[in-house]
Design a protein around this ligand. Sequence first.
Ligand code: FA5
Length: 336
Amino acid sequence: MNKKLESIKEKALQEINSSKDENSLNENYRKNFKELSSVFSQMGDLSSEEKKAIGVKANEIKQLVTRAFEEKKETFVKEKKDNSSFFDITIPGKKTKIGHLHPITQAINEAENIFRGMGFSLVEGPELEDEWHNFDALNFPADHPAREMQDTFFVKSKNKKLLMRTHTSPVQIRYMKTHKPPYRIIVPGRVFRNEATDASHEVNFYQIEGLMIDKEISVANFKAVIEEFCRAFFGQDVKIRLRPSFFPFTEPSFEVDMSCSECKGKGCSLCSQTGWLEILGAGMVHPNVLENSGVDSKKWQGFAFGFGWDRWIMLKYKINDVRLFYNGDLRFLNQF
Ligand code: FA5
């Protein structure tokens, strides 16, 4: 029995100490402990003296094996800890993905910088507007088709007739009503129209409004400001021209064309072979609009303009569908 105990001890210690990992250590301990325990069940035929001596020895071996098991386990735990705290400073870092500004916002910032250089400041207004600011104050007649539900998103409300603004021009009114002239502002912002979408029409899109009012502001000042802006944005060789047009809130009104950014005025598919691209609506602010905003139209005069901002950026980057700006496709957005 003594010999058997000795051989169990040797084998247990040898197997425990040579275990390669925690799993094999557990298995070796379990197996040998079971063998050791089986000695106790074989002590039935021994005298009480022998039983006592063997029992003491078996218990000593049990303690010895258990200690060896715990010590070995401790080395594995320590090894694991050492490995996990190791930090290899030579491994290249993982680049954190950060977003960037939307191309429309980037271009608004660029426009703001250019206009600031000409003394304009940036003003914002609400997207949810009332009918008076969006239409009446801007001299739209009561029966103007833009006021129809088919063109404008009206919002249910108890008191005033509310709508999603169809252009940024109502901010002119809000600004003039609360500030004294002279004025030199630009108003970038989102506008909404109830229409079917296609490559050049969205239900929500951006405009940049401009307003300059002083004592002697003329169409010549307007032309100089817009030409300067177009050149700063597109390049020095850009030309612009004015064509007569109509808006209820400006008189006279004009559409502004810019020489085609693609063919430099020679004629191509982008400009329908005309050499010109339509870029904005503009005009001298109608006296009724000044009066509606509390500004004396006999003393003050000036111009306003409105860029369709999405189409302007489409020209710059040769984008063929306005809907790309809004569908959240990262393959498109990541190019900016
Ligand atoms: C206006 O909205 C006037 N408020 C502009 C203005 C301001 C004129 C100040 C005079 C003085 P218009 O409805 O033409 O004008 O729209 C301006 C521009 O918005 C258009 O030239 C076009 O580039 C753009 N636009 C119009 N509808 C859409 C649409 N559905 N999707 C994308 N762009 C559009």
